[in-house]
Design a protein around this ligand. Sequence first.
Ligand code: IPM
Ligand code: MG
Length: 368
Amino acid sequence: MSRTFKIAVLPGDGIGPEVMQQALAVLDAVSRKAGVTFAFNHQLVGGAAIDATGKALPAETVSACEQSDAILFGSVGGPKWEKLPPNEQPERGALLPLRKHFGLFANLRPGICYASLTASSPVRPDLVEGGFDVLCVRELTGGLYFGQPKSRTTLADGDIEVIDTMVYKKSEIERIAHVAFKAAMQRRKHVTSVDKANVLTNSVLWRETMIEVARQYPEVTLAHLYVDNAAMQLIKAPRSFDVLVTENLFGDILSDEMAMIAGSLGMLASASLGKPKGDGLFFGLFEPSGGTAPDIAGMGIANPIAQILSAALMLRFALGMNAEANAIEDAVRQTIESGLRTGDIFTGVAGTRKVNTAEMGAAIVSRL
Ligand code: IPM
Ligand code: MG
């Protein structure tokens, strides 16, 4: 009897559904080849869920996720829902609660610039020549995103005061540090920890803790950068990074920058993982790092690669199908090398051809 994996599929809004369709086609191809069954449980989330049920994260969606081996997520949000009260909007009403509910504290974002795609990078060619490979490890359930108190108050004099709080416990820093050092052991054994220790109390503890945890990984070298400098070094010397580990908000910002330098946000996959389950695998939510791209939603021209690579990360981290994950990553690389480009990465370089979402997806499937 073949193995069956239960996958909660949450396409969401904007380009979510169209890129998800391509990722599911890739998974179907994998399932035929590997002889496993993926039972996809499609659920509403974000604006789509608000329109259908009034809630960004319906209870049914949460329970479907709880009963699954992994969550494959598209993207949520868009102009249509921006006038709702902030906490009911798709991002704060669905994505953040999902991350918190499942304790998905470790967000892995592989910023890979293929040698064949350096022309798509907006930075000077000599800085990205030969491509690069940075793994951003972003803490995902702490810091300013979730810290309490959070408030908006109209003061007696009519002024308005807003508060967001940056909170980290040492234990939270330790566990993300271990994720970063373990990842580095499988890579080039270098960790760059990014903080703002010259200003923030949070960052002082962050840096102390990184140094402490590093002692357990003597083979790994540890460097520290202030976040403003890190933003600069990513542009100036992307190849100097191996694993970049940082807190929630810094990671949000730097991972977009990293993705753009690598060619496009449309290429950046991500894995949001909880505690290891004990069998070497993780429950997780796997989603592209880019947004819903409302400007091109529904046009069938979005880049499906971030979604497809997120499905590969799901196979690797949640389902233990490493060979199949590698096969998808190879198929993506070969498709790029063959010259196919969606609009976001098309620059008109000789030997390349502009394709749409479905053509890109089909080309990747055909290489599996
Ligand atoms: C990301 C996104 C989210 C974040 C938004 C949609 C809440 O930008 O995953 O990077 O800020 O974490
Ligand atoms: Mg972001």
